[in-house]
Design a protein around this ligand. Sequence first.
Ligand SMILES: [Fe+2]
Length: 304
Amino acid sequence: MATELNRQEAGSRRQLLRTGIAAATAGTWTHCMAAADHETFSFVIVSDTHLGRNDDPAAEEQLRQGIAEINAGPGDFVLHLGDIVDKARAEHYPRYVAARAELKKPIHEIPGNHDNTELFLRHVTGRIDRSFDHDGVRFVLFGNAHEDSHDGFLAAEQVEWITGECSQAAALGLKIVFCCHVPVHANRHPDRGWYVKPDDGQTAFYDLVEKHSDRVLLCLHGHFHNGIRGWQDHHQVVEVLCPSLCYNQDRNLEEHLRAGRASGFFVPELRTGYTIATLGNGRLTLQYKPLGSQVDAEYSVEWK
Ligand SMILES: [Fe+2]
């Protein structure tokens, strides 16, 4: 069946990095993106805007510049993957909402560990765990950040809700993209070590990914401020950390990957910016769009 993952067909997956590093990853996708094949679309991923950081107006200026560039560029909609404000400071939520009013595309936000749940719900959006469908793909958004820890979680009721979302997606023939602030994927030193630990929901999440391995395409996160960094070692799902619009840090990931001290992929670009994702025709491309500059680095994975 063309829409099923066929593990018997040999190594046809081609992984491209125009600029970047990819470690070998397990598994081969075959026709697994068929539901989205006829509908290639793009969307924008913004994360970690940290409005109010260091009482510096720069973060808000970066957000407004980003919005202007997003308005002028590709993308059907925008995802904001959390840490909208810095240190949960209330006065910056109305400032975010005022800047957001300039965006001419739909936007879907989730909170990060710097966000306050009550303020987020009051100012940003009335519901955190939610989903929407776009061109054959169900986007499942959920809050998984503690306000007092860098590690993430999935509560039992969230697992139950996500299970229902996956079942619905399967019944409707939709692929699935997950969005949450804190990565689920383990990332010990020399990475940051911030993730959803096994007993806090990681095991349950990967059980779900395995059950729906023919349709889970992507898991998108913010949180790390390390540019585009990720893995593809749980079935076909590409787990990605997206860059911060506020600041990114050089943590020598390129060197650590080369030396085998870390696994996965990294696009060596650390300017403030956002990601333009394109999905369909058996390919995912994540373009790193630095503020004020053209795209010149990307991660791309293709399945045939
Ligand atoms: Fe964060």
